[in-house]
Write a protein that binds this ligand. Structure first.
Ligand code: SF4
Ligand code: SF4
Length: 220
């Protein structure tokens, strides 16, 4: 069945963790820098977590595969824009979290300031919603404002290795499936995460356990 709306493909087999996408996201959305002094956590990953002003984070993970080879893997954490969004279902006010008609993006409105943050956050399977100093909740908006004006999301535009693609949902799903088939010889465990449930289609090359999919550091 054809699905309306848009999707983003993130291909971990092409990502080399330059974090241009993180910077572009912050820049386009005019999200302020936070007064967090970085500490050495034994990783190049920075900042340590999503926040009300960091909507996209590239996680690093260094580990050993079963054959003893080193895996240094990168994956994006941001809102997956769930097709049947649990955060929206958890909201007391059905107009606090809305779906953008063109893209299908899940959008937090200013009314989320009146919602129970803990309840919304607990409902999200991907640990995404964060609360700002103004009380409202924030996360990736799929750059729906850029898309309405015929532009690509800022992260897609900024990526120098074409690791992020954007387009109609069915086209993106077909692209992701073709990509998984194409890289199978090099990455036998290649897979697409939650392909039937979300608009951020993440391709992993290695086994899922060899990636950090959510922040290890739990901040509000
Ligand atoms: S990833 Fe979390 S915040 Fe985003 S739409 Fe899904 S449930 Fe909501
Ligand atoms: S801009 Fe592209 S290559 Fe760089 S971290 Fe983001 S997804 Fe990876």
């Amino acid at each position: 069945m054809a699905r309306n709306g848009k999707a983003i493909v993130f291909d971990s087999t092409k990502c080399f963790a330059c974090r241009s996408c993180q910077v572009a996201c912050k820049q386009w959305n005019e999200n302020p820098a936070e007064a967090v002094v970085p500490t050495n956590r034994g990783t190049y990953e920075n900042p340590p977590d999503l926040s009300y002003s960091n909507w996209l984070l590239v996680h690093f993970k260094e580990s050993l595969r079963e054959d003893g080879s080193l895996a240094w893997n990168f994956v994006r954490q941001s809102c997956r824009h769930c097709l049947d969004a649990p955060c929206k279902q958890a909201a007391a006010d059905p107009t606090a979290i809305v779906i953008d008609a063109q893209t299908g993006a899940v959008l937090f409105t200013e009314k989320t300031a009146n919602e129970d943050f803990a309840r919304i956050r607990a409902a999200c399977p991907f640990n995404v919603p964060r609360q700002g100093p103004d009380g409202r909740l924030y996360k990736c908006v799929m750059c729906y404002d850029r898309v309405q004006n015929g532009e690509l999301p800022a992260c897609v535009k900024a990526c120098p290795s074409d690791a992020i693609e954007f387009g109609d949902f069915d086209d993106m799903l077909a692209l992701a499936e073709a990509r998984v088939q194409a890289v199978r010889a090099q990455f036998p465990h290649a897979t697409i995460l939650d392909r039937r449930d979300v608009r951020l289609l993440i391709i992993l090359g290695d086994k899922e356990s060899l990636y950090t999919l959510q922040s290890a550091v739990a901040t509000p």
